[in-house]
Each structure stands twice: as structure tokens, then as C-alpha cells.
Design a protein around this ligand. Structure first.
Ligand SMILES: Cc1cc2nc3c(=O)[nH]c(=O)nc-3n(C[C@H](O)[C@H](O)[C@H](O)COP(=O)(O)OP(=O)(O)OC[C@H]3O[C@@H](n4cnc5c(N)ncnc54)[C@H](O)[C@@H]3O)c2cc1C
Ligand code: SF4
Length: 330
């Protein structure tokens, strides 16, 4: 591991100034991903700027009636917050489906969105990987890829984004706020992650050195009727092989509004807009839910060993939407 300096960020302005002064510096949230990557030699920062003491640890009402979540709010505090549980239950469920209690006590909202892929080749510094070393190749395409992407990937990288939290935030149109030395900015989560293309090493549209300061959830009454469901290879403490965040407003047997996002299928949490278009205004029936899943998954391009994900996601989408519709009918 490379020797590095450690500084506690004095305030938001000081934090972004420290990063701007040193291109080899990194922000440190809970460290649950960054420190592991440093141990593996994937990340080799010269300076860690610890942001955990910044006053970004509150969850507050937003001006438009939504909820503003500070970037250093821990995963545990986010999941437990009464307004999150009441108004965006799929977000609580998504966070609690991730990692372990100890990790959630350390991990922050900002760090969760910026955690790196769990592709095994990415963390093996002895071999090639386009995401780690641009232009070196992607051994996963012809190698181990049973948990890799079926949507939105390219020949240059087929890795998936591992966040559970991000899937629920994507379904609810969250907006990321950030600060740079040039001032503050905002990015809807829909535009936050860049398409893979031939630059898989460029993962987000955040400006260099930007500090995530928070995430805002717009008001969304439909989100109160939401659910997160995660499929993994063992019952707990494992990343998803497929997940769904869904919200449904059903009245008189008709879907008035639907939100759907898929996890572990693409390089980013995947907003299922084609499925939402099928659902909206249609009868809340099994046929509609299957047609919605098929509409989204028509774009799937599975690799030889991950075609099972298409069937898995179809079944998962139908199951979660059916449960939500049954609840609405009670
Ligand atoms: C064993 C294990 C199992 C896990 N299982 C799951 C799981 O099932 N589901 C899941 O979603 N996650 C899982 N995780 C991942 C975990 O949730 C992430 O490691 C965590 O959310 C990252 O948050 P952090 O604050 O620790 O980030 P850090 O490790 O501190 O940072 C991660 C990245 O974000 C950057 N960063 C941190 N904060 C900011 C900020 N405010 N502004 C700009 N950049 C910032 C850092 O520089 C770094 O690049 C697991 C982790 C482990 C170790
Ligand atoms: S899938 Fe992406 S992260 Fe994995 S080896 Fe290929 S380029 Fe690297």
C-alpha cells in the first residue's frame, strides 16, 4: 500500500480546496470501499480528506416538500429515519438489504453512490481491466461474467454497479448536490452515471474534485407504496445478482403511476422507463406486468453465462408489481 497523508476536512470549502490542490487526493467517507481498494492496490491516493465530520449528516425537509439527505448520513441512519420509512419505504428496504450492520454504520450516502464495481478482474491488479487501466482490455467478456451486465454494457466493460441504495434513489428521481472550487452544482441521478461506451474508467458526470454534499428526493406520493426486492446468491451479506425498486399507484384496478428501477443489471442503477410507459394507464394485471418487464428487457444483450438474469429480472419485476397491486386492492 502506498504511503498517504490524512487530513480531516475543516469545512466544505476547505474540503474541495484540498482536493483541487492535489489530483492524487481522495475524499474519505466511511472508507468501507476506498480502503479495501487501497489495500488491493487499485486506489493509490497520496492524501485522504476525511469528510465524515462535515455538517452534512442531517435528513431534512426540502423546500419543495421532498427530503434532503446529507452526504455523510450513514446507511444505518438513512434506513432508520421515520420519514424515509414512511414516504420512501423501498429506500429503507434497499439500504437494509446491503452489506452488514457494522458496514452500514460506517458507510455514507456519498460513498455508496461512488462505490466501485465488484468485478473480480477490476480488483486483480496483476491482470488487464479497461476500467482500471484504460485500453488494457476486458477479460470478463470472454471470462467470468455470470453476474455481469445484460443492459447498457459495451465490449469495453460489462461490469455492474453494486449499490442497492442507488436503485431506490433512481426510481424516486433523486438529485445529487455537489460542491467544487467553482461553486455548487446539481445532477439528477439519471444523468449522474455516464454511459459505458469506450470509456468505462469515466464513471460519473461529477466534475473533478467535486464533493457530494447531499441527495434530494422530490416529493412523490407514489413512493409511499413502494418495495425493494433483492436476489443474491446467499441469504445475507451479499451483493445483488438482480434487484428491483418499484412503486405503484393503482386506483380502480388501473395503474395511475409507476416507478421502476433495476439493480445489478447495468453499469448504473437502471431506470426502467420502457416498462413504466407500458404500466401507466394499463390494467393492474399479471399480463400488464409481464408486458412491462418484456418491454424493458427487450434491450437485454446477455453474455454466454448471464442469460439467466433476463429470466430472473422478468420474474422479479412481475412478482414485485403483483405484490404492490395486491396491497393496493386490499
Ligand atoms: C463486505 C461488503 C459487503 C457489501 N455489501 C453491499 C451490498 O450488498 N449492497 C451495497 O449497496 N453495498 C454494499 N457494500 C458497499 C458499501 O455499501 C459501500 O462500501 C459503502 O456504501 C461506501 O460508502 P463509504 O462511505 O464507506 O465510502 P468510501 O469507501 O469512503 O468511499 C467510496 C468512494 O466515494 C468517494 N467519496 C466518499 N464520500 C464522498 C463525498 N461526499 N463526495 C465525493 N466523493 C466521496 C471516495 O473518495 C471513494 O472514491 C458492501 C461493502 C462491503 C465491504
Ligand atoms: S467488466 Fe469492466 S471492470 Fe470487469 S474486467 Fe471488464 S473492464 Fe474491467
Amino acid at each position: 500500500m502506498r504511503e498517504f497523508d490524512y487530513r480531516r476536512a475543516p469545512d466544505v470549502t476547505g474540503a474541495v480546496a484540498l482536493l483541487a490542490a492535489d489530483p492524487d487526493a481522495r475524499f474519505l467517507g466511511g472508507g468501507t470501499n476506498l480502503v479495501d481498494l487501497m489495500k488491493a492496490g487499485v486506489e493509490r491516493p497520496a492524501l485522504l480528506v476525511d469528510v465524515r465530520e462535515l455538517p452534512l449528516d442531517r435528513i431534512e425537509p426540502a423546500d419543495d416538500g421532498g427530503l434532503r439527505i446529507g452526504a455523510t448520513v450513514t446507511n444505518s441512519d438513512l434506513a432508520a429515519h421515520p420519514e424515509v420509512r414512511r414516504r420512501y419505504p423501498a429506500l429503507t428496504q434497499a439500504v437494509l438489504a446491503g452489506a452488514s450492520g457494522q458496514l452500514r454504520n460506517m458507510a455514507t450516502v456519498g460513498g455508496n453512490l461512488l462505490q466501485r464495481t465488484r468485478c473480480g478482474y477490476f480488483t486483480d491488479v496483476a491482470g488487464p481491466c479497461n476500467k482500471r487501466v484504460p485500453g488494457s482490455g476486458c477479460p470478463a467478456v470472454g471470462g467470468e461474467h455470470h453476474n455481469h451486465a445484460v443492459l447498457g454494457a459495451s465490449d469495453h466493460c460489462v461490469a455492474v454497479h453494486p449499490s442497492d441504495m442507488g436503485v431506490a434513489l433512481t426510481a424516486f428521481d433523486a438529485v445529487v448536490s455537489y460542491e467544487t472550487v467553482d461553486g455548487p452544482g446539481e445532477l439528477p441521478l439519471a444523468d449522474f452515471y455516464l454511459p459505458v461506451g469506450d470509456t468505462p474508467h469515466r464513471e460519473t458526470a461529477l466534475p473533478p474534485g467535486a464533493l457530494i454534499t447531499g441527495v434530494t428526493l422530490p416529493p412523490a406520493p407514489v413512493a409511499a407504496h413502494s418495495r425493494y426486492r433483492k436476489v443474491r446468491e446467499r441469504a445475507s451479506y451479499a451483493f445483488a445478482i438482480g434487484s428491483v425498486a418499484a412503486a405503484l399507484d393503482v386506483r380502480d384496478g388501473v395503474v395511475r403511476e409507476a416507478r421502476l428501477a433495476l439493480g445489478a443489471v447495468a453499469s448504473r442503477p437502471w431506470r426502467a422507463r420502457a416498462a413504466e410507459a407500458v404500466l401507466t394507464g394499463a390494467p393492474a394485471s399479471g399480463d400488464t406486468f409481464a408486458a412491462a418487464a418484456d418491454a424493458e428487457l427487450a434491450a437485454a444483450r446477455p453474455l454466454p453465462d448471464n442469460g439467466y438474469k433476463v429470466t430472473l429480472m422478468r420474474n422479479l419485476v412481475v412478482a414485485v408489481l403483483t405484490e404492490l397491486a395486491e396491497e393496493a386492492a386490499r
